[in-house]
Design a binder for this molecule. Structure first.
Ligand code: HT7
Ligand code: ZN
Length: 878
């Protein structure tokens, strides 16, 4: 397959002014008539019109009114080229496609009998021939024709300008989008759906129509999505001064979808998982996901749609920025400082769980990649979450007001354009009079920087020195890295745990000395001096996780315990607990591997007890503080991964905590009940989280009373959060959970998203081996064709059940290879995601590596692999 390089970018030869699309929708044979007006791009020397096209049948092509013969164009399986075209052109192209056969869920496809589209990144070319690249922006008019009975609802981008009957049982709707857009933002829906709708008044006084479209039985699950949409609209007005630019904004839910949702202009298409919720079927985590994704897609209207990407290498321009915006939105919706911190801790966990491993593995790439084979493989945690960290660092360096100034300038300069990450950085720099040249390295260098800190206290000079050094491990194609511009937020605690007032040598003294200072590390090594320090402090480094780095500092246990008890920065308070746990988990892992006796010290237990029982702390924070680092995160800390030893060590620690803190866990379980009507608000969700964590600890080595408690919660729960948590605890306890599983399935078999949970819980349970997963695949509700279902069983087994996936006989890997191959025939994007589960194979113990290599080679040996899977597997093996 061909590798595409960022350095090879060339401007399009022709630009498109208008697009008129006509669809005669039929599942087996849809006719697409496409009339585009183009003009030669003065920025290009070429006179060839290059149109992309895939898996579509060309019926005819006319240029300026005349039908072209086959000798007048070049047709390949992926393009239609018209050489030496005139300067101004009207092209009329007719093609055929078969949406019902389209299992890739890219382009035009059928889901549960309805038509949907997904065009990002390169799906539009599966609908019609077109310069399918984001720097070609045009105005679209769309005419949809379809059977009225089967598809009563016909939607596309923008405004409905005409609709009516065609007389033959078919009807039509004509839509016009007033804004120029790239083809990846095109969408249509033709379906039997119903909607919740509301008129909403913007701050300016303009009224807009908001709609959430779902299948008929789901109208009782749209309130939260609608509320989240209204909150998003208000938030973007208030925080960034950005108003909804359309008169109508639609969200449509579809059960078959490759990702979370898609920000098509005015017609967002969503995975049902991020729309449908009521207390019976959705958990607190689901509710938070809906708020975040509804916000995310809505915020794209400005950061992505009004200003889009010049090419797909710039993907993080819109994704990193929009993730940052949705993170800030979710934090502001909670509104409290601890609530903010809790969302931040969640973000740090995601980075460590998924992004740091990606940055250290065979698919490592910069936030702005330099090359790819298949762009769909680059919708990654690096582009999204690390990209959001990069945007957050602008805010940390420039302040909230400075960041807002940069955003204002970005829109002033680039509204209606397709631009690069460098343009965003330039707007931030110019709006604030700052030189952000070095900051560019966050976009161009892959890998997670390691910042090493050392400290020195000079009693006589009353001076405390912090020396920071940085280095970044080599990644493929980037052996040597240059220093990054890293904001390191620090505080200093006195012996009572109080923050000291900070005066940094060489920096202007503010009127009121702060308790947190952002140090700007730009060299390989730098020393910072704090003046007027009367006693040796405990440093709180990288407060708020101010940069996406690994921080190394030789903390003593006493210092960590001090921070865990007192740090005013909740992120670092949590971090101290994670470090205390990690140190012990590493020792325990070695002990399990060596067959030694295992032990956990009382000091650690006491520290956990203190946090668990400290009622001055938010339950949501306490819950996070008491979750141990995951097996994946532990695996990243050891030189050679022995998954059974890691699992054994973590289970031992959980069991020991569960036994030692039994009375306190029970007390918290009872103290954090949320009686009355269910509400997904952060305080109630935090209480449920702590209560259910307590239950999970109690059920690791349960007494009969604990099992009874879990069964009672399962049976009497009035919401899905409590019901699912009880069921998961029962499954993980090792006790017989079959009756509960059966009753859960019977109660919810009509609710696809709950059936996903049912598969997912079993897939992740350490008692579920490959044979059991194969058995679950035979269940009538299982299908590889639905991405949510495939993810619930296969991805959870591969990624969330390390002891079974990494079974010593390699059976987990054989199963993985089989499923990657099977999925690739149906849906390459989803198959390639599953293929990523083997990324870190070279870090495992030799005996497992042999099996892993064999499984990877088995996939690589297939003759008809998609580019998606081929890229992932070849990079893993290279
Ligand atoms: N911008 C959207 C990306 C997306 C996507 C990409 C590839 C294949 C399928 C897809 N569905 C949606 C999602 C987002 O970041 O908002
Ligand atoms: Zn996005």
């Amino acid at each position: 397959p061909q590798t595409i390089f960022r350095k090879d970018y060339t401007a399009p030869a022709y630009l498109v002014d208008t697009v008129e699309l006509g669809f005669d929708l039929d599942p087996a044979r849809t006719i697409v008539a496409n009339r585009i007006t183009l003009h030669r791009n003065p920025a290009s020397k070429s006179r060839d019109i290059v149109l992309h096209g895939e898996e579509i049948e060309l019926v005819q092509v006319r240029l300026n009114g005349k039908a072209l013969t086959a000798s007048q164009y070049r047709l390949t399986p992926s393009s239609l080229t018209i050489p030496k075209a005139p300067a101004d052109v009207v092209l009329e192209i007719e093609t055929l496609c078969a949406p019902v056969k389209n299992t890739t869920l890219s382009g035009l496809y059928v889901s549960n009998g309805n038509f949907f589209t997904q065009c990002e990144a390169e799906g539009f070319r599966r609908i019609t021939y077109f310069p399918d690249r984001p720097d070609v922006m045009a105005k679209y008019t769309v005419m949809l024709r379809a059977d009225k009975q089967l598809y009563p609802v016909l939607l596309s981008n923008g405004n409905l300008i005409e609709e009516g009957d065609l007389g033959d049982g078919r009807h039509y709707a004509k839509w016009e989008d007033p804004f120029k857009k790239p083809s990846y933002l095109f969408a249509l829906v033709a379906a039997r759906l119903v909607c919740q709708e509301e008129r909403y008044t913007l701050k300016s006084g303009r009224e807009v129509l908001l709609q959430v479209w779902v299948e008929e039985g789901n109208l009782d699950k749209t309130d939260y999505a609608m509320q989240s949409l209204k909150n998003s609209i208000r938030w973007d007005e208030e925080r960034f001064g950005l108003e909804l630019d359309l008169d109508r904004f639609m969200i449509v839910a579809v059960g078959d979808f490759n990702m979370g949702a898609m920000e098509n202009k005015g017609l967002n298409i969503f995975n049902t998982k991020y729309v449908l919720a009521n207390s019976r079927v959705a958990t607190d985590v689901d509710y938070a996901g809906i708020e975040a994704v509804v916000g995310h897609e809505y915020f794209h209207n400005w950061t992505g749609n009004r200003v889009t990407c010049r090419d797909w290498f710039q993907l993080s321009l819109k994704e990193g920025l929009t993730v940052f915006r949705d993170q800030e939105f979710s934090a502001d919706m909670i509104g409290t400082d601890t609530g903010r911190a809790v969302t931040r801790i969640d973000q740090v966990r995601t980075l460590r769980q998924a992004q740091f491993p990606e940055d250290a593995g065979p698919m490592a790439h910069p936030v702005r990649p330099d090359s790819f084979v298949e762009i769909n493989n680059f919708y990654t945690v690096t582009v999204y979450e690390k990209g959001a960290e990069v945007v957050r660092m602008y805010q940390t360096l420039l302040g909230r007001d400075g960041f807002r100034k940069g955003m204002d300038l970005y829109f002033e300069r680039h509204d209606g354009q397709a631009v690069e990450c460098d343009d965003f950085r330039a707007a931030m720099a110019d709006a604030n009079g700052r030189d952000l040249t070095q900051f560019e390295r966050w976009y161009s260098q892959a890998g997670t920087p390691v910042v090493t800190a050392s400290t020195r206290y000079d009693v006589a000079a009353r001076c405390y020195e912090i020396t920071l050094s940085q280095h970044c491990p080599a990644t493929a194609g980037q052996p040597d890295k240059l220093p990054f511009h890293i904001p390191v937020a620090v505080g200093l605690l006195d012996a009572n745990g109080k923050d000291l007032l900070l005066r940094l040598e060489g920096a202007p003294s503010p009127k009121h000395a702060p308790t947190t200072v952002v140090l700007e590390l730009t060299e390989a090594t730098q020393t910072f001096r704090f003046k007027g320090i009367d006693q040796k402090p405990t440093p709180s480094l990288l407060r708020g996780f101010s940069a996406p780095v690994v921080l190394e500092y030789d903390y003593t246990d006493a210092e960590l315990l001090h921070l865990f008890s007192h740090d005013s920065d909740p992120v670092n308070r949590w971090e101290a607990g994670q470090r205390l746990a990690m140190e012990r988990l590493l020792v325990l892992t070695s002990a399990v591997a060596a067959g030694d006796t295992l032990a956990l010290d009382d000091t650690f237990i006491a520290a956990f007890r203190n946090v668990l029982t400290d009622d001055t702390l938010d339950p949501a924070f306490r819950e996070l503080a008491l979750i141990l680092p995951s097996e994946t995160i532990i695996a990243e800390q050891v030189p050679v991964v022995d998954p059974q030893a890691i699992h054994g060590a973590r289970q031992f620690m959980r069991r020991t905590i569960g036994a030692a803190l039994r009375p306190e866990l029970l007390a918290q379980y009872h103290a954090n009940q949320t009686p009355g009507d269910y509400s997904p608000d952060a305080v109630s969700a935090g209480k449920r989280a702590l209560k259910n964590l307590a239950l999970a600890y109690l059920l690791i080595a349960p007494q009969d009373a604990d099992l009874a408690l879990a069964r009672q919660q399962f049976e009497q729960a009035t919401n899905m959060t409590d019901r699912a948590a009880a069921l998961a605890a029962l499954i993980h306890s090792g006790a017989d959970a079959s009756a509960s599983l059966a009753s859960f399935y019977a109660d919810f078999e009509q609710e696809a998203l709950v059936v996903d949970k049912w598969f997912a819980m079993q897939a992740a349970a350490p008692g579920t081996d490959v044979a059991a997963v194969r058995q679950l695949m035979l269940h009538p509700a299982f299908t590889l064709k639905n991405p949510n279902r495939a993810r619930s069983l296969l991805f959870n087994f591969a990624n969330a059940n390390p002891p079974q996936f990494h079974a010593a006989d390699g059976s987990g890997y054989d199963f993985w290879a089989e499923q990657v191959i099977a999925l690739d025939k149906i849906n390459p994007q989803v198959a390639a995601r599953l293929a990523r589960s083997m990324d870190r194979w070279r870090r495992y113990v030799p005996a497992l590596q042999v099996h892993m290599r064999h499984a990877l080679e088995r996939v690589a040996a297939r003759s008809k692999l998609s580019n998606d899977v081929l890229e992932v597997i070849s990079k893993a093996l290279s």
